[in-house]
Design a protein around this ligand. Structure first.
Ligand SMILES: *Cc1c(COP(=O)(O)O)cnc(C)c1O
Length: 365
């Protein structure tokens, strides 16, 4: 025995999450397009609600977050008793892991899935099954073929990050129909608001009707509140009951609760953010394709672009080149996409900087 405290054995397999890099403050303007944040900032009404709390920081937040739950329920037409709130949707995923995964159980995610799912599975000591995708899209048949009697959770971000692809609701329903009742389907709708497709649904309806579906959402992307950490989930009472048993009493802080309520009311900011994304996502996609890069259609607030394999022109080279110019993008080697970079939709000037910078990068001799 080594004479020091031994962490749980499964923790040796955990690869800690690598966040998007912020640009170093430079001479000119810099742009962080590495973390899918709202390029227009946070809702002004949310900022005001946040500032107004400065004199009340000694007070514990409402542990049940009644006002915020009521606001979310009113906005989406939901039963507030079926809501769970987290310090980011990440914390809801963690609560799901704690409630449903342990050594001897299995969880399923896909090859290029959002990294947090596998991290949580490993932390819990569960076996993480990563299923192949087809054309960077989850494949329902391959997921269903990977079920075993030990499977407890199937995780699916829809749309997925980093690929930007999505499954139509018909496919989600087919996936759910193929799951045994004791397997939980987690539908992560972090980018749901950005999707402009008639065949898409985030899964609220499934979560309302079935006892084995959780749909999660976040205030980090559209609402621009990534720094406050706020997400929510919708599920059957039996699931909410389990999550409440692992939830820490004051997990959502005072400022996040107040800013969340205000952000939901700030329809002008939400509308402006969505209009900006619609316009700039299309411009970025077309601009990158015009440079000869392969860019699959994305329905989120980011795109992935595939770079050549020639030395000097690779994704890694482009990442370094753009970083030198004050623009940070996201490398995807950790997502098994080493030839790709993920580029968040930025402000107009940031997207210009990306397109101009990469044009120069690719023109280099
Ligand atoms: C950004 C993101 C989230 C949101 O995480 P928070 O903890 O709510 O900030 C969830 N899922 C995916 C796929 C994401 O990209």
């Amino acid at each position: 025995m080594v004479d020091r405290p031994q962490p749980l054995p499964q923790l040796s397999g955990v690869r800690p999450y690598v966040p998007g890099e912020a640009p170093k403050p430079g001479a000119g303007r810099t742009f962080k397009q590495a973390s899918n944040e709202n390029p227009l900032g946070a809702s002004p009404q949310a900022q005001q609600a946040f500032s107004a709390l400065a004199g009340r920081l000694e007070i514990y937040p409402d542990g049940g977050a009644a006002a915020l739950k009521a606001a979310i329920a009113a906005r989406h037409g939901l039963d507030p008793a079926r809501l769970i709130l987290g310090a980011g949707s990440d914390e809801i995923f963690l609560m799901l892991g704690r409630a449903y995964l342990a050594p001897g159980t299995e969880m399923i995610c896909t090859r290029h899935a959002f990294a947090i799912f596998a991290i949580i599975g490993q932390q819990q000591g569960a076996t993480v099954i990563e299923v192949e995708e087809r054309d960077f899209r989850a494949d329902v048949d391959l997921i269903l073929a990977s079920l075993t009697p030990r499977t407890r959770i199937v995780w699916l971000a829809n749309p997925n990050n980093p690929t930007g692809t999505y499954l139509p609701f018909d496919e989600i329903k087919r996936l759910h129909a193929g799951l045994p009742g004791n397997v939980l389907l987690v539908l992560d709708g972090a980018y749901a608001e950005f999707v402009r497709r008639n065949d898409y649904a985030a899964g609220l309806e499934l979560a309302a009707e079935h006892e084995n579906v959780v749909m999660t959402r976040t205030f980090s992307k559209l609402y621009g509140l990534a720094g406050l950490r706020l997400g929510w989930g919708y599920a059957a009472p039996s699931i909410i009951d389990a999550l409440e048993r692992v939830r820490m009493p004051f997990n959502v802080n005072l400022a996040a609760q107040a800013a969340g309520v205000a952000a939901l009311e700030d329809e002008a900011f939400t509308r402006m953010s969505l209009e900006h994304n619609d316009r700039e996502l299309a411009r970025l996609t077309e601009g990158l394709r015009a440079l000869g890069l392969e860019v699959p259609d994305s329905v989120g607030n980011f795109v992935v672009a595939r770079f050549p394999q020639e030395p000097g022109r690779t994704a890694q080279d482009a990442l370094a080149f753009m970083k030198n110019r004050g623009v940070t993008l996201r490398g995807l080697a950790g997502y098994r996409m080493p030839e790709h970079l993920r580029i968040s939709v930025g402000v107009v000037e940031g997207n210009d900087a990306v397109l101009e910078g990469l044009a120069e990068f690719l023109a280099q001799k």
